[in-house]
Design a protein around this ligand. Structure first.
Ligand SMILES: Nc1ncnc2c1ncn2[C@@H]1O[C@H](COP(=O)(O)OP(=O)(O)OP(=O)(O)O)[C@@H](O)[C@H]1O
Ligand SMILES: [Mg+2]
Length: 460
């Protein structure tokens, strides 16, 4: 039987018995580029060095068994298709193997080369289909280039110009701006416009992980590197090979991780946690923060040398209240988007609704505007969004710059909205000090942090 692929897929056969290895090689080398290994260790070394399409391994191996080898192979950045060969009749083992990530299994006792070839070909076809689906899904979800970015203000035009200019290079980009100003969208645009667009863009939210986990998330770890590290793990740097790594909330990272990042930016090398093997990755780094990094540096919380390396290109996204000319464009773009999504005929704002939008300060920036327009579209009944369709905070903002904490006429106020206001008020009263505000509100700092995120108030 013939495989349909022009280039021979790369196949690694692992078996401790030489006759079996050689026999399989002879049978399969017409259609595959066959490599051999006699135990899990040798196999793993090969898997780390070369990209294999298929791993065919015996279950019974000296030291580490084939099932463990499969689990490790599946943690590689580009895992191969894994097929386990078991003794005849060990169904239970086979089921377990599938749970561990094996794509197929085959009983060795009655191994027929035809059947084996068919199984490999089937698994390969399946994987190709999955890869195609994945990239189609990615295309659907990813925002392409700049066409989804709305903005005509001089500040945003300048941002778009810089994005176009730097996309082609590998220069490290630092995006600064309040929450909801579009940092992630810009990061995606840079990746999409770059020659790396076909390779992965990997995003890590640095604030979401404690320091030790963040380090292994980024750089990977070896099995046993720390308690709980049961398997070797490939880090995000390796996963982003050839593409872009987007580190969000970079202002939050711990000094040990700062050192490792600094070294990567200098030498393009790193080590997995618990390993002394130096690895290298061709990765473009984009970082973002809603904190003022310069102030963090002055306060001794962020390394100055790292700061300089990160801001080879620096893009500052202005808050929405400083580019009010973009507001009508954005509001209309979101109106059209959500009207279509919700099958609504609404196509405009009433003058008073529009005025309220313009008067509000938008502490949550574009994200808050987008959410406000979405809910207004859903609530709207006619052709136009009216004042009463807008969220209470926006409606009652009047001309006083937005951060209204006035008590609202009872019935309209949802629990979430009431809570949001209490939080805004507490923060105002404590001059933005989160620890104090949390205390005042009777919640932990952590809970406050989560709620700020929930209500898009991080910028406060
Ligand atoms: N210029 C823009 N045009 C269209 N949509 C935008 C624009 N800027 C931001 N958005 C939209 O606003 C929302 C928030 O943007 P994004 O997630 O990029 O903000 P962010 O700066 O990363 O926020 P955070 O600091 O909270 O992570 C997204 O839904 C995004 O699509
Ligand atoms: Mg973001």
């Amino acid at each position: 039987m013939k495989t349909e692929l022009a280039v021979k897929p790369k196949l690694l056969i692992v078996d401790d018995e030489k006759p079996t290895r050689e026999g399989l090689r002879a049978a399969l080398e017409e259609h595959y580029e066959v490599w051999l290994a006699e135990d899990a260790k040798a196999a793993m070394n090969l898997l780390e060095e070369e990209n294999f399409d298929v791993l065919l391994t015996d279950f019974r191996l000296p030291q580490e068994d084939g099932m463990k080898l499969i689990a490790r192979a599946k943690s590689l950045a580009k895992p191969p298709i894994c097929i386990l060969m078991t003794a005849y009749g060990s169904e239970e083992l086979a089921v377990q193997a599938m749970k561990q990530g094996a794509d197929d299994y085959i009983a060795k006792g009655r191994l027929q080369i035809d059947e084996l070839e068919m199984r490999i070909a089937r698994a390969l076809r399946h994987q190709n289909l999955e890869a195609e689906n994945f990239s189609m899904r990615q295309q659907l979800h990813s925002k392409f280039g700049l066409e989804n970015l709305v903005g005509e203000s001089p500040a945003m035009r300048e941002v778009f110009d810089v994005v176009r200019q730097v996309a082609a290079s590998r220069a490290t980009v630092l995006l600064q701006g309040e929450s909801g100003t579009g940092k992630e969208l810009i990061a995606k645009a840079i990746h999409q416009l770059s020659p790396r667009a076909k390779l992965p863009m990997v995003t890590v939210h640095c604030a979401a992980l404690p320091a030790t986990l963040l380090e292994s998330e980024l750089f990977g770890h070896e099995k046993g590197a720390f308690t709980g590290a049961h398997e070797r793990r490939v880090g995000r740097f390796e996963q982003a090979q050839g593409g872009t790594l987007f580190l969000d909330e970079i202002g939050e990272i711990d000094p040990t991780v700062q050192v490792k990042l600094l070294r990567f930016l200098g030498e393009r090398t790193f080590e997995r946690v618990g390993s002394n093997k130096t690895l290298t990755a061709d990765v473009r780094l984009i970082t973002a923060t809603n904190k003022n990094l310069e102030e963090q540096v002055k306060a001794g919380k962020f390394r100055e040398d790292l700061y300089f390396r990160l801001r080879v290109v620096e893009i500052k996204l202005p808050p929405l209240r400083e580019r009010k000319e973009d507001l009508p464009l954005l509001a209309r773009a979101f109106l059209t988007e959500f009207a279509r999504e919700n099958n609504k005929t609404v196509n405009d704002f009433t003058p008073d609704a529009f005025e309220a939008l313009m008067n509000y300060a938008w502490p949550g920036n574009v994200r808050e505007l987008r959410t406000a327009v979405e809910s207004a579209v859903v609530l709207s009944r006619g052709e136009r969004v009216s004042l009463r369709d807008l969220p209470m905070t926006v409606r009652t903002s009047g001309g006083e710059g937005g951060l209204s904490t006035k008590a609202a006429p009872g019935s309209d106020l949802t629990v979430a909205e009431a809570e949001k206001r209490l939080i805004i008020r507490a923060l105002k009263e404590c001059d933005g000090n989160r620890t104090e505000a949390a205390e005042k509100l009777g919640m932990s700092r952590r809970t406050l942090h989560r709620k700020l995120h929930l209500y898009h108030l991080e910028g406060l």
